[in-house]
Design a protein around this ligand. Structure first.
Ligand code: GCB
Length: 727
């Protein structure tokens, strides 16, 4: 028998970088807390990039009773970023990496025992992540347990292993599955049971399941269980799924022999007010939202998530991209940490049928050159994945400016890109062009879309939404385009919206909020589903019929005619204004109606039994509370094309056109030289980046200047100079 005790209560917490003896001595004066816990739940979410990154202590007394068993192990399921464990005055373990499980044996057990754990999330040049767009919450933010076992027991130490590894291989022709179960233990024999059959072996058994009931994604996520038992009574088990899949360069993802395009979202593991210290109810609520949305895949970014969440993915048929926190900036001293993180991820998550790929890194070339050290690190990771798991392909999420002929793209089995054209820079169509070019150039490579998104604060609204205005309307328009782009390119093996939920990035301060990345389809507190959520729900959720009126918070409208947009998974939608029918439209997902405004109105959308209602008001002056950045608002609308003499150059010409003329090129170069002086980093990365220059060449000077934050007068000035040069 094994006895598991969750150490939830009776912890003392001291946020101080002090020696272990001092922490134990002053523990009584510490703050009483329960686990899971993070010390950055507030300061990691309020902006300023000034949250506490250092050491803190968790101290607790353990009775002999809590440790009862022939052997006792401490299990920590997440200590971010590093942990040092002290037991009865001796240091017994050091662990680097904040997202995986690790265990240590507790010996020297007394009547009363003191456990003291120092957790540290300070800067380091060897533990990932160090540079990334999310808060690195410090703490013991997942469960801490005592596992008491007999002398003969399953392995507990090595890379946090669950003690058994289940490999089901399905023969596509017969539908039969061959299930190999390997175990690690210190006994002579083990009894392994699968599907009602028990084998007594040294450590490994192979089972045959005729006509296996397949794990078939969201349609039928059927799970089997493998159980392993020792004569001592120690037992472990794992659920597994029988499925086969492939990623095809032309057909995209196929599950169990059938086309099954992976279409979904990414998830970070934090929420407002709690940070990363989530409990099972939080995980379940997130999964309910995923199901409501109708997504069939999740990218669990940018690190190993809680076992409870992978379990939920198994149960609900959600295909998962799992990855390690090797992100943004390669560190020469970080190689061992990446390999360890990958070893732990695969060891601990191998049995989950939901996981379909291992992600080697994310945007690793964003702040690092593609040099031999970085390539070598990726090759080692890739080989490690293949060595540990012959059943799953590897991938990585590349930054948009990585040249598609970069040697790094040849390392993983399948490729993926993160693109933000239409948000940070460029036009929406550039997403389409990027994939068309890639697919034409590399018809034999599998390519996916690992991130795309746009920020929206539900307080901001516009009838003329523009890139970077943070309105709910722009985010919705952005996703309408991207959804269509994806629909037209079924070869994309997986696509993941960035992100399902707003999340904390304490370094951010934008879009009317401090410390938040607002690319979520749902707000950080999970309370509000932005319009873009309903677009995807209309596209993906075939079960729950609904109509959704967009822009409900855009109440005050300074216009005679306003556009009312409805997202729905029904075929026809009828709109009513103050009880009077405006019209009925047939279509797919998006239904728009023009409505004349005179005063206060009730708008109602109906399809069969589904209805949605909102109130809007005709006002004389635009409601300024709907505009995030008034200066930006002006720049967006002030420029009038008619002002320009078409015989001469203007800011409305593309960057490429301006570079092609010697005179205008000189103007642009002079301007760039000024920028280099002012913003060396950005300008330098433009200069050395042919992919970026190619992309910029297609953009108008006006949009480049606006993106660069040039104010109205600055734009006028450049325009005046260009207007002095004849075409
Ligand atoms: C990315 C990163 C992700 C960021 C996202 C963004 O490419 O992979 O971590 O949060 O962009 O919103 O900028």
């Amino acid at each position: 028998m094994r006895k598991i005790t969750v150490l939830r209560d009776n912890w003392k917490f001291l946020k101080a970088d002090i020696p272990a003896e001092t922490a134990v001595q002053y523990a009584a004066q510490g703050e009483s807390i329960t686990l899971p816990h993070t010390w950055n739940a507030v300061d990691g979410q309020d902006g300023g990039n000034d949250y506490y990154r250092g050491t803190a202590w968790y101290v607790r007394t353990l009775t002999k009773e809590e440790l009862a068993g022939e052997k006792a192990y401490l299990e920590i399921n997440g200590a971010n970023h590093t942990a040092d464990v002290w037991f009865n005055g001796a240091k017994i373990c050091h662990h680097e990496g904040g997202y995986s499980t690790f265990r240590v044996e507790l010996t020297d057990i007394r009547e009363e025992n003191t456990l003291a754990i120092a957790v540290n999330n300070a800067d380091s040049d060897r533990v990932y992540p160090q540079k990334a767009d999310f808060t690195f919450y410090g703490g013991l933010y997942r469960e801490v347990r005592i596992i008491a076992v007999p002398n003969e027991h399953f392995e507990l130490i090595k890379d946090g292993t669950p003690g058994l590894k289940v490999t089901p291989v399905v023969d596509p022709k017969t539908g039969d599955a061959e299930v190999t179960v390997e175990t690690w233990h210190n006994a002579d024999h083990v009894e392994i049971t699968v599907n009602g059959e028990t084998q007594c072996v040294e450590n490994k058994a192979v089972f045959h399941i005729p006509h296996a009931h397949l794990w078939d994604g969201v349609n039928d996520p059927y799970l089997y269980t493998a159980e392993a038992k020792l004569a001592s009574g120690d037992a472990v088990s794992a659920r597994f799924g029988c499925r086969y899949y492939e990623c095809d360069p032309e057909k995209g993802f196929l599950l169990n022999g059938k086309s099954y395009p992976l279409r979904g979202v990414s998830r970070h593991q934090d929420r407002k007010g709690k940070g990363n210290a989530l409990d099972i109810a939080d995980h379940r609520e997130d999964m309910e939202i995923v199901k409501e949305l109708g997504a069939n895949t999740l990218r669990l970014a940018h690190y190993q998530h809680a076992q409870e969440f992978y379990d939920l993915c198994d149960e609900n048929g959600i295909a998962v991209w799992a990855e390690i926190p090797y992100i943004t900036m390669h560190m020469t001293n970080g190689r061992e940490n990446t390999l360890q993180a990958m070893r732990e991820l695969i060891t601990q998550c191998y049995n989950h049928p939901s996981i379909v790929v291992w992600g080697l890194s994310n945007e690793i070339t964003a702040a690092s050159a593609v040099n031999e050290d970085l390539l070598e690190n990726h090759r080692l990771l890739n080989d490690l994945c293949h060595h540990m798991d012959s059943t799953r392909p590897t991938t990585m999420a590349n930054v948009f400016m990585l040249e598609t002929d970069s040697p790094i793209l040849e390392i993983p089995d399948i490729n993926s890109y993160n693109l933000y054209f239409g948000w940070y820079l460029g036009d929406l169509e550039q997403n389409d062009e990027f994939f068309d070019d890639y697919h034409a150039k590399y018809p034999n490579r599998v390519i996916g879309f690992s991130e795309y998104g746009a920020d929206a604060n539900p307080a901001y609204h516009s009838s003329n939404p523009q890139r970077s205005d943070y309105t709910e309307e722009y985010q919705a328009l952005y996703h309408e385009h991207l959804w269509k782009m994806i629909e037209e390119r079924p070869y994309l093996w997986a696509t993941h919206v960035w992100n399902l939920f707003d999340f904390a990035a304490d370094g951010r301060d934008e879009g009317g909020k401090h410390g938040e990345n607002q690319k979520g389809l749902v707000t950080f507190d999970r309370k509000y589903r932005k319009d873009a959520f309903w677009l995807y729900k209309a596209a993906w959720n075939k079960k729950d019929a609904f109509v959704h009126l967009c822009s409900k918070n855009y109440v005050n409208r300074a216009e005679d005619t306003t556009m009312i947009k409805v997202y729905s998974n029904c075929d026809t939608v009828t709109l009513y204004q103050d009880g009077k029918e405006i019209g009925t439209k047939s279509g797919h997902l998006v239904f728009t109606f023009d409505v004349t405004l005179t005063g206060e109105h009730e708008i109602c959308a109906v399809s069969g039994a589904c209805r949605d209602t909102m109130h809007i008001v005709r006002v004389q002056q635009p409601d300024e509370s709907y505009i995030f950045n008034k200066a930006l608002g002006q720049v967006t609308n002030w420029f009038d094309a008619e002002e320009n003499d078409p015989a001469c150059f203007s800011v409305e010409d593309t960057y490429g056109e301006l570079l092609a003329n010697e005179q205008t090129k000189a103007v642009i170069e002079a301007m760039m030289a000024k920028n280099v002086a002012e913003r060396g980093d950005v300008a330098q990365s433009v200069k050395n980046n042919p992919a970026l220059i190619r992309m910029m060449s297609r953009m108008t000077m006006l949009s480049l200047l606006k993106q660069g934050g040039t104010d109205e007068e600055g734009i006028r000035q450049v325009n005046r100079i260009l207007q002095g040069i004849r075409k």
